[in-house]
Design a protein around this ligand. Structure first.
Ligand code: ADP
Ligand code: MG
Ligand code: ZN
Length: 599
């Protein structure tokens, strides 16, 4: 496979060099020696001149050559006004001339330059047709690469087997679109890769492109967001038009969150341009059907801020979680990157994987690199376990701010806390279904997490659904209380969110018990719960007090409810925690299994 050609500075340097060479060559064809007038007179007297052209200011001529040598030209500044007498005395041919070396200039500069541009345009067009073409959209700087060939395959992506499995299906479809539609199969239009940074989302998308061998439109969400309103939308339109022409193909929008932020959630005054671009994206997604063979891939590490409209059926209807790798996954990823370096055999890769909980693919790639550097520094000819141990320490020191490594006691607390959320969610009606629980640390303040997927795009929520959200949020702390008889600081974020919801219920939705159907928030806020309006209160002290009481009441009622649910699930809680502590993560099906056997 051929590597992608880039238009680099070297092409320009080479071009300039060629122009200079040509210029010199052509100029030499017109090469003229400048001589003093006195020397010219001498030459005439010696009868060595064969031809003379006289213009107002200068005289150009050719010297006689002795039998077929190269003709020499000369030039001199004219001094005498009248020369005909003088010239007659020699046998040189002479004529008058108006301009003399204009042509030489023209030829030696214009021709090579024109040639250079000709070649340049040809190259551009050639590459446009070849694999690495790029085109300008909306007359703008962002490029869209159409790469028929990428050197990345699924073998380069490890430790994310579930995500890989799902994408294999997409590749199959792109390889033989006919097969799927014949069977009446329907493929998702949009596939969204969701996961923390550095877990290999971009890499996976490239692997899909590499394996399917179809054109790959790669663009970052941020590149759509333009200074001028409307440009981004135009670019989206053009992108989809191009893609339809090239089908089957893949459009990959990296960092979709830059573009797909929930509408109305931005700064004051909003962001018209982004909203327009997003709307255009939604329109385009609705306007093509997947039998065309255009698949839209996107990646984001902040799914929570995405506009819910993007996640509706018919749009990004399949979400693939690209999670932090577990121990086995880390081992696989290390093996991928170890292939590229020389290691001491045998190397205990499992031991390295065990040292690196919480690290993602990018961290591990960095780790291997760091270990190699250390080996080079020690002038060893292969990288061994000691280098990896040292590298782990270095990398962890670097990551410390980002990713706290937690001790076993904290790990237990985190496990029970997360299970608390999950078990409560699974036992109250109206809560979002639990998908996955993980205690692989993911940044400060979030030592573990429970992933819940909203079933649908919601515009209306009932009181019981809001309460279900609150009780689920409080489930973490309730589990800690039940198991350890003590609570930790880990619930701060949960409490903040639960309180926000309770406040909205009382102040905005008229769902309190004593305050009635009155709207107490000053500014009308957006539909979604996580967007809080700012501004001072416009109600009396007494009302404020009542609001506080109501909020407190809702929270404490729901906390009791969570405690109640979890005490009934005590056995499941203990059993699940054991599995979670061992495997670092588990999914909802496993917990359901335990719930069944426990009851
Ligand atoms: P993301 O897009 O999720 O932030 P990237 O795909 O850009 O992460 O990953 C950055 C680099 O980290 C990759 O180029 C690769 O070298 C390494 N990497 C990340 N995840 C994996 C993985 N699952 N397997 C192998 N290498 C990985
Ligand atoms: Mg990325
Ligand atoms: Zn929590």
């Amino acid at each position: 496979m051929e590597k992608q050609h880039k238009v680099s500075i070297w092409y320009v340097v080479m071009g300039v060099w060629v122009v200079l060479l040509l210029q010199q060559y052509i100029a030499s064809m017109f090469a003229v020696e400048v001589i003093p007038y006195s020397r010219f007179l001498e030459l005439i007297h010696e009868n060595k001149v064969s031809e003379v052209a006289v213009s107002v200011n200068q005289i150009q001529g050719k010297l006689k050559t002795d039998n077929g040598g190269k003709e020499k030209k000369f030039r001199t500044i004219r001094v005498d006004a009248d020369m005909s007498q003088l010239l007659k005395s020699s046998d040189a041919v002479f004529k008058g001339e108006i301009q003399s070396n204009f042509m030489a200039t023209v030829m030696s500069w214009i021709v090579p330059t024109a040639l250079f541009f000709g070649v340049w345009f040809y190259l551009m067009r050639y590459m446009g047709k070849q694999q690495a073409g790029f085109m300008r959209l909306g007359g703008n700087k962002a490029k869209i690469y159409v790469q028929d060939e990428l050197n990345i395959s699924f073998n380069d992506v490890a430790g994310v087997d579930e995500a890989r499995q799902e994408l294999v299906e997409v590749v199959d479809f792109l390889k033989s679109p006919g097969k799927f539609s014949e069977l009446g199969g329907k493929l998702p239009k949009g596939v969204m890769l969701v996961g923390p940074p550095g877990t290999g989302k971009t890499l996976l998308a490239k692997a899909v492109a590499g394996e399917s061998g179809v054109p790959f439109f790669f663009i970052s969400g941020a590149e759509f967001v333009e200074m001028f309103v409307g440009l981004g939308a135009a670019r989206v339109r053009e992108l989809f038009d191009q893609a339809k022409l090239k089908a089957p193909c893949i459009i990959f929008i990296d960092e979709l969150d830059a573009l797909g932020k929930a509408r109305g959630a931005g700064f004051v005054g909003g962001n018209d341009e982004r909203e327009q671009t997003l709307n255009q994206l939604l329109v385009e997604m609705d306007g093509f059907d997947s039998t065309l063979g255009v698949i839209l891939l996107a990646a984001t590490n902040r799914p929570e801020i995405l506009d819910p409209a993007l996640l509706r059926p018919g749009r990004f209807d399949r979400q693939i979680l690209v999670d932090r790798p577990d121990k086995k996954g880390r081992e696989d990823i290390l093996n991928v990157h170890l292939k590229k370096i020389k290691v001491e055999e045998p190397l205990d890769v499992a031991a390295i994987a065990a040292m690196t909980p919480g690290m993602v693919g990018a961290d591990l790639a960095n780790l291997v690199n760091e270990a190699t550097l250390l080996a080079v520094r020690k002038s060893k000819n292969a990288v061994g376990l000691p280098e990896f141990q040292e590298a782990v320490e270095r990398v962890i020191a670097g990551l410390e701010k980002k990713n706290r490594l937690i001790n076993p006691k904290e790990r237990r607390i985190v496990a029970f806390h997360e299970l608390g959320h999950a078990l409560v969610a699974m036992n109250v009606p109206g809560a979002d279904p639990v998908q996955k629980i993980s205690i692989i640390p993911r940044g400060i303040g979030a030592l573990g997490y429970t992933l819940q997927v909203p079933t649908e795009d919601r515009f209306l929520m009932s009181r019981s659904e809001l309460l279900a959200k609150i009780v689920t949020l409080l489930g973490g702390r309730a589990a800690e209380q039940i198991i350890f008889n003590e609570v930790s600081t880990g619930a701060m974020n949960d409490l903040a969110r639960a309180t926000d919801i309770a406040q909205s219920m009382v102040k905005e939705y008229g769902m309190g018990e004593t305050l009635g159907n009155v709207y107490y928030a000053r500014k009308r806020k957006a539909q979604f719960l996580d967007i809080m309006p700012d501004g001072a209160a416009e109600y009396s002290e007494q009302t404020a007090q009542k609001i506080d009481e109501e909020v407190k009441k809702i929270i404490s009622q729901q906390y009791d409810r969570a405690l109640d649910i979890l005490s009934k699930q005590h056995k499941t809680l203990e059993q699940a925690a054991e599995i979670l502590l061992k495997n670092e993560k588990m999914d909802a099906a496993q917990i359901e299994e335990l719930m069944k056997t426990a009851s």
